[in-house]
Design a protein around this ligand. Structure first.
Ligand SMILES: Nc1nc2c(c(=O)[nH]1)N[C@H]1C(S)=C(S)[C@@H](COP(=O)(O)O)O[C@H]1N2
Ligand SMILES: [Mo]
Length: 215
């Protein structure tokens, strides 16, 4: 994809010391916590779709209904998961549709720099295009061989392992291609615009000039 070269590759965790198991400040809890803002949406297969909107290469929108989405090629990735509230889940085996594969089916305009990932009820998170296209970034349907439960994002959540988990949007319904950056739900409410866990980019006051749209 021509546009993937505009931002640095983000498929490797940044600044990871060779002996560190978890990013700074993180611990492994018992079980898998459930954390989100607002209600869990009810899945209605007939109404569900996943759309790619915004600045596509051909100016059109792309849409997959539930049947069509299930026909997309499935990949697996094993990755840690880091919440900014400091719990981490090491070694998750996620399965789903690679976001890079989705972007091949729905190519972004060459000037696209960022994406907004949208969920039911309006939750959103912004990503650099390189984060979206990174090797570990997936529209996950399964973890550890089991379908996600409603609490954890069924039917589809994005997983962006190298960024704090508020970017791993549950109940994804749309990906918006953007020319330029815009803050998502938590990025407007005090969390870091980029959110790299290995750089401990937790809060917006840690942002460098030029790293984020003004608050
Ligand atoms: N749609 C939606 N996705 C969301 C959230 C949310 O509030 N709404 N919370 C995020 C946060 S802060 C975290 S830590 C993870 C938690 O995922 P889990 O409940 O599967 O552990 O979901 C993320 N995805
Ligand atoms: Mo979180």
């Amino acid at each position: 994809m021509a546009s993937s070269a505009q931002t640095p590759a983000a498929d490797e965790p940044s600044d990871r010391p060779s002996d560190a198991v978890l990013p700074p400040g993180q611990y492994v809890p018992r079980g898998w916590p459930v954390l989100h803002y607002g209600p869990v949406p009810k899945f209605r297969p007939k109404d569900w779709d996943l759309r790619v909107i915004g600045m596509t290469a051909d100016g059109g929108e792309y849409r997959w209904d539930w049947e069509a989405f299930q026909e997309l090629p499935v990949t697996e990735t094993v990755a840690d998961f880091h919440c900014v509230t400091k719990f981490s889940l090491p070694g998750n085996r996620w399965a789903g549709v690679a976001c890079a594969a989705l972007a091949e089916l729905a190519p972004p305009h060459p000037d696209v720099t960022h994406v907004m990932v949208w969920a039911d009820y309006g939750y959103s998170a912004n990503l650099r295009l390189a984060d979206f296209l990174a090797a570990g970034t997936l529209l996950a349907t399964h973890r550890g061989g089991e379908r996600l439960t409603a609490d954890h994002g069924f039917p589809v959540r994005i997983v962006v392992p190298h960024l704090y988990a508020w970017k791993s949007v549950k109940w994804v319904r749309a990906v918006e291609y953007m020319i330029g950056d815009r803050r998502g739900f938590w990025e407007e409410r005090g969390y870091h615009n980029v959110g790299e866990a290995w750089r401990e980019q937790r809060y917006s006051y840690q942002e460098d000039p030029g790293e984020a749209p003004p608050l």
